[in-house]
Ligand binder design. Structure first.
Ligand SMILES: Cc1cc2nc3c(=O)[nH]c(=O)nc-3n(C[C@H](O)[C@H](O)[C@H](O)COP(=O)(O)O)c2cc1C
Length: 192
């Protein structure tokens, strides 16, 4: 091994990969609504746009998604770090987190899921693609994105535009234990 490398405990191996944007997963069913944080998500198909996201089967969120067949993915900006950690540290079974934390929600245009725009860079409305095996065995839920919108100050023409003057909308990347990195410096690859 190169001298500057050291073994990583396997229980921490996921942290090497999981600092993609932390998202807020929103859900609702029959008058109940909820929001939780999720660091483990990824795109799996361009067209139709599909994503995968790990949502623990013990969460209230999973219960609402199983009942409704849909959910929202909202991408918090850096200014929402405290809120993101807070909604990821308590359960909606104990009470409505939107009310508790003063989160304004609007209804999604296609599925009606609760969506958060204030302080967020973007949102997606997602329809669950039922995959019993991956949901049961790996808590991994697949979904098709049926609507999406982003704050044009930070995402336009199909890509992120991270600048010093929109830092509060830069994405959050969970490093573990409530520590986040904010997406900041943009490194542009040059042809080799
Ligand atoms: C930064 C952060 C990231 C998280 N990422 C995930 C995740 O990817 N998947 C997951 O199932 N739980 C994740 N959690 C934990 C859930 O957000 C947590 O269990 C939450 O309390 C569930 O809420 P609910 O019971 O209201 O659905 C994360 C928590 C934090 C703080």
């Amino acid at each position: 091994m190169t001298p500057t490398f050291a073994p990583v405990a396997l229980e921490h191996a996921s942290r090497l990969l999981n600092h993609g944007p932390t998202v807020l997963v929103t859900s609702a069913q029959g008058g109940r609504r909820n929001v939780m944080a999720a660091a483990w998500s990824m795109p799996v198909e361009f067209s139709p746009p599909r994503i995968a996201i790990v949502i623990d089967k013990r969460t209230f969120t999973r219960e609402l998604i199983a009942a409704s067949g849909c959910f929202g993915v909202c991408i918090p900006g850096a200014a929402l770090a405290d809120l993101t950690f807070a909604v990821g540290s308590c359960s909606g079974r104990e009470g409505d987190k939107f009310a508790r934390f003063g989160i304004a929600a609007l209804a999604g245009p296609v599925l009606g899921v609760p969506l958060i725009e204030a302080g967020c860079a973007a949102w997606m409305e997602c329809r669950l693609i039922p995959e019993r095996h991956t949901e049961d065995a790996y808590d991994t839920c697949f979904a098709e994105v049926v609507a999406a919108a982003a704050d044009a100050r930070v995402f336009s023409s199909g890509r992120w535009d991270l600048r010093a003057d929109n830092a509060e909308l830069h994405t959050l990347h969970h490093l573990g234990a409530g520590n986040f990195a904010r997406a900041a410096d943009v490194v542009r690859a040059r042809p080799l």
